[in-house]
Design a binder for this molecule. Sequence first.
Ligand code: AKG
Ligand code: FE2
Length: 355
Amino acid sequence: MAYEKSTTEARSSSISASNTVPVVDFSRFLLGSDVDKRAIAREVDEAFRKVGFVYLQNHGIQEQKVDECFEWSQRFFALPEGVKKLAPHPPGGSHHRGYSGLGIEKVTQNVFEQEELAALRQMPDFKESFESGNVHDQMQPNIWLPDEKLPGFRQFMEAFFLDCTDLIHTILNALAISLSLPPSQLSNAHSQSLFQLRLLHYPSIPRSLLHSGEKSRIGAHSDFGTLTLLFQDDVGGLEIQHPQTGEFIAAPPVPGGVLVNIGDLMMRWSNGRWRSTVHRVVAPPELKGEREGLEDEEAGKEMCRPRYSIPFFATADPETVIECLPGCEGPDGKKEFEAMTALEYVQMRMAALYA
Ligand SMILES: O=C(O)CCC(=O)C(=O)O
Ligand SMILES: [Fe+2]
């Protein structure tokens, strides 16, 4: 099954994104001189200060591998439900691996009250997901399908995990350089690379259900780790909340680019210097001609295309004490957040996701 490449319509909308979310050519960091590296580190720092998101182009992960990952994702989600459930996500939020079917997860923003969470889960996100992590992660071991159900899937995901891991460590080096810290200081605090590769599938759904709010693709939330990479297909629908105006603005796919954003843990660590920006996935923009030839009634039921995305979540080593990084203090030396370990923080957030 071929992964369909971008349409002209989706490509043209990417122009508006670059007005809001900066696009940075990361090859100058990967291959450039020390002067180039510092310049790019400054650009990334500025993007994270202003928007919390940046598109990196020429990021070093081959486009063909990203395409292949989307193809595997499509193959996985096309399997019968009964097969996908042979790799079940365990109940609860402490072991975040394996397959979650439609309507299991409800992404929430800062809702820890049990009753309120229960109410929100009446309208779960209309998506299914598969999570995998580091092969050395003993706290959250991977949960794979029996290999014969999708031969090659596990091998590919384990390799892609390493590609994404390398990119995360390189971005962390850029961030350390931007703060004039020893270049590997942040990377060293992620030495165990206890990261999470997530395959997401938002099935086709009537547009009207997304518009009316009866169903959602992914509700407004911020990510809770340090950094997230986000690969998206050409469908669109991702929106980020503009930090100044509060308005949600489209963050469509930029061909060949990966979207990178700051999570809550990094926001705390940087004393609020880098923003953990709220984002969501809504109905995608309509393609030209999509409604042509439809009667009004049918048009109302018009289906949104299915969407696939691949987020990769990074977090710091569990024992890392997250307290204001040198150089990030407020004007009067003020630290906004109390120190806590990365583990304490992540456990608090996960518990709210799957109670
Ligand atoms: O599917 C997307 O584009 C966004 C996914 C996301 O924000 C998440 O999984 O945290
Ligand atoms: Fe997210």
